[in-house]
Design a protein around this ligand. Structure first.
Ligand SMILES: Cc1ncc(COP(=O)(O)O)c(C=O)c1O
Length: 387
């Protein structure tokens, strides 16, 4: 007996694998500094937890409409209008079990076997696997550090074939922390429009942005680009709600119903009381987000300052998310060897870039407290200096 060809093609998440190894070492009592985490180290804000607990106490524990409770869908529409200049009606919103779920819903609902999906590398680990699950082919485009690891219109055009159905854009980016400017997004939108290429715009790190930069939603540029774009967002990163599993897609009218229908046969609704928590997240005070961003800013400043004094490495200054992407090619090691040795010799866990389609770099997450960051970076420096 064999498992399906669909799952034979996919690889396990490399980021989760390293995180598990680091956690196993820590459980054995080893003093590991874990920089692999893709989740905020903060607790979910109190008013969000209270809203979910209150709804549990009120027995809000039954199935909800598959695409989400009406009041949350409305709150999402209001948020998209206020923050992103995007006009959606609740029928276009599908609340899912995380942004990850929202991404695969969109891909499964729009991409056919044999289609090609352009994915700029370094990419978030799950995109190529999701495309493969849909039976389509991921077309990986290596972006350049000198372009801030952002795909250029020329690279986009060159990767296009008659089979191209979609491009995935992630801004701010995991793993590089790059943020696309309005002009850069407009130029990509222009190319997508010429050939009617769909856009999956993953905006999960939207609020984690620094240096007074502004996040732009590509769907907001024109009616035509809105009609080609699926905007994905969620609660995990902004509100430290990773375990709640809540995200959503906002789709053009021609595809919204099918996305909802697809989810209705797979998971049905996202957890009922978690949706009440998400509602409180959007409707409640936002100072909790601001204070988390302030803390990320401090950590980022510290890391950048420290890294700039370490030889043999280079990095792109991250403008968003909570990652620093470090090129280690000058050490002569592959990203995997580097990460492996760093963990074994200095008990510092990072994610090798190979997980993101680039074997020259490693990703360090600063979703960990300042004290651990300081210890981890001292060990990191010692490791590099010893090489
Ligand atoms: C770029 C990107 N998109 C989506 C997700 C998934 O987020 P969620 O926890 O909402 O499923 C992640 C999580 O790491 C991510 O980094």
């Amino acid at each position: 007996m064999e498992v399906s060809s669909r799952v034979r093609k996919i690889s396990p998440s490399l980021t989760l694998a390293l995180d598990s190894k680091a956690k196993a070492m820590a459980q054995k009592g080893e003093d590991v500094v874990n920089f692999t985490s893709g989740e905020p180290d903060f607790d979910t804000p109190e008013h969000i937890r209270a809203a979910a607990m209150g709804s549990l106490d009120a027995n809000f524990t039954r199935y909800t409409p598959s695409s989400g409770i009406p009041e949350l869908k409305l709150a999402i529409c209001e948020k998209l209008k206020k923050d992103n200049s995007l006009e959606y009606s609740p029928e276009q919103i599908n609340v899912s079990c995380g942004a990850k779920h929202a991404c695969i819903n969109v891909i499964l609902a729009t991409v056919d076997p044999g289609d090609e999906v352009i994915i700029p590398a370094p990419y978030w680990v799950s995109y190529p696997e999701m495309v493969k699950i849909a039976g389509a082919d991921p077309i990986i485009v290596q972006t350049q550090a000198e372009n801030g690891y952002k795909i250029t219109p020329k690279e986009f055009e060159e990767a296009m074939t008659p089979k191209t159905k979609m491009i995935i854009i992630n801004t701010p980016s995991n793993p590089t922390g790059s943020v696309y400017s309005k002009e850069e997004l407009e130029a990509l939108a222009h190319v997508a429009l010429e050939e009617d290429i769909l856009i999956l715009s993953d905006e999960i790190y939207e609020k984690l942005i620094y240096d007074d930069l502004t996040h732009y939603s590509i769907a907001s540029f024109s009616k035509e680009i809105y009609n080609l774009t699926f905007t994905v967002n969620g609660f995990s990163k902004t509100y430290a709600m990773t375990g709640w599993r809540l995200g959503y897609s906002a789709s053009p009218p021609w595809a919204a119903k099918q996305i909802i229908s697809l989810q209705s046969h797979m998971t049905s609704n996202a957890t009922s009381f978690a949706q009440k928590g998400a509602l409180a997240a959007y409707k409640g005070p936002q100072d909790c987000v601001e204070s988390m961003v302030e803390e990320y800013k401090k950590r980022r400043e510290y890391i950048i300052k420290t890294l700039s004094s370490i030889a043999k490495i280079s990095y792109a200054k991250p403008q968003g998310a909570f990652y620093v992407y470090i090129n280690v090619a000058r050490t002569g090691m592959s990203s995997t060897d580097f990460a492996q040795r760093l963990l074994e010799e200095e008990k510092v866990a990072v994610v090798p870039g190979i997980a993101f389609g680039d074997d020259q770099s490693i990703r360090l997450s600063y979703a960990t407290n300042m004290e651990r960051i300081k210890t981890g970076l001292e060990r990191f420096r010692r490791f590099i200096e010893r090489l």
